[in-house]
Design a protein around this ligand. Structure first.
Ligand SMILES: [Zn+2]
Length: 305
């Protein structure tokens, strides 16, 4: 089996930039400002400007991708379908699951000889006999083999407790030139935690960034495999189509946005010319957007065949 996840050497880097333009107001709470005149201020950076945390964009994009890819024959453990085998799902639902325990034991034993630890041979068998290194020891490569066959595709691309993500979403700052500098405060209705019904007597208000605000999106991928690029293409198309709302209170229509003017650049670190340009001036090579999307989607559509 080919390992599709290998992290040691940096072989390629992709950078995707664009502007997220909001069609409705955006509320991302979590701001702490005791002087604020609202119950729930929006999160701001050190200079007091609103921004969208990368983790918030990633969560929304991941959820959107998860809903689509089972149709393409790819696995997604985040859905409620318990039949999807993934270490992450097991750790959430059953921390004592046999394979999860076995993986944790093997991880503890990196650098050691499994023959010296008889128990370990049993655990390795349970995980599909991943290869050992040249000296017959459990290596990082052994762990990657296990993760490759025991994580769903969404966890491989977007990360899991056991594996760093291939795709990284940076915090998205407001585009200052286009920022009007004014937020709004809206009234909300409190939710009774016990009944989950709205209780009109509980009033609260929240701050929003108004519609037509622009935020600068930035995404980095390192060593992506064709399937990772495919999931990225899918995500970008959904963002362009306005199908991935961001932030809180989305049930009231907040957070609808579209990706404008996406650009893709990349460096192949094994290409001396690209590497030289990158190291000398930080210059990456532009990748035509349409071609990137088409290649990525073609890869995904071939998965189920
Ligand atoms: Zn998973």
């Amino acid at each position: 089996m080919n390992v599709t996840i290998s992290r040691a050497q940096l072989r390629s880097r992709y950078r995707i930039t664009g502007q997220l333009v909001f069609e409705t107001a955006l509320h991302i709470g979590g701001g702490r400002n005791p002087a604020a005149s609202t119950d729930s201020p929006v999160v701001r950076d050190g200079a007091g400007l609103p921004f969208i945390p990368g983790s918030s964009i990633k969560g929304a994009v991941r959820a959107a991708v998860e809903k689509i890819i089972p149709n393409l024959g790819l696995t997604a453990c985040g859905l409620t379908d318990a039949s999807v085998k993934c270490l992450t799902a097991w750790s959430n639902s059953n921390p004592n699951e046999e394979k999860l325990k076995a993986y944790e034991a093997v991880r503890e034993a990196v650098g050691r000889d499994p023959k010296a630890i008889r128990e370990m041979e049993k655990k390795l068998r349970l995980l599909g006999n991943p290869p050992l290194d040249n000296e017959g020891k459990i290596s990082e490569e052994t762990l990657l083999h296990i993760l490759d066959s025991h994580l769903c595709q969404v966890c491989k691309t977007f990360g899991a407790p056991t594996l760093a993500s291939v795709i990284h979403f940076h915090d998205a700052p407001v585009v200052e030139d286009l920022w009007i500098g004014v937020t709004q405060v809206r009234d909300g209705v409190g939710i009774d935690r016990d009944s989950e019904r709205a209780r009109s007597q509980i009033k609260f208000d929240f701050e929003v960034v108004p519609p037509s605000t622009f935020f600068a999106l930035k995404i980095t991928l390192e060593n992506p495999q064709p399937v990772d690029l495919g999931l990225t293409a899918l995500a970008l198309q959904e963002l362009i189509a306005g199908m991935i709302p961001l932030g809180g209170i989305r049930s009231r229509g907040l957070g609808r946005c579209r990706l404008h003017e996406p650009k893709i650049e990349w460096v192949d670190f094994s290409d001396k010319n690209m590497l030289r340009d990158y190291l000398l001036s930080g210059k990456m090579t532009p990748k035509p957007f349409e071609a990137f999307i088409k290649e990525g989607l073609d890869t995904l559509l071939k998965q189920g065949d």
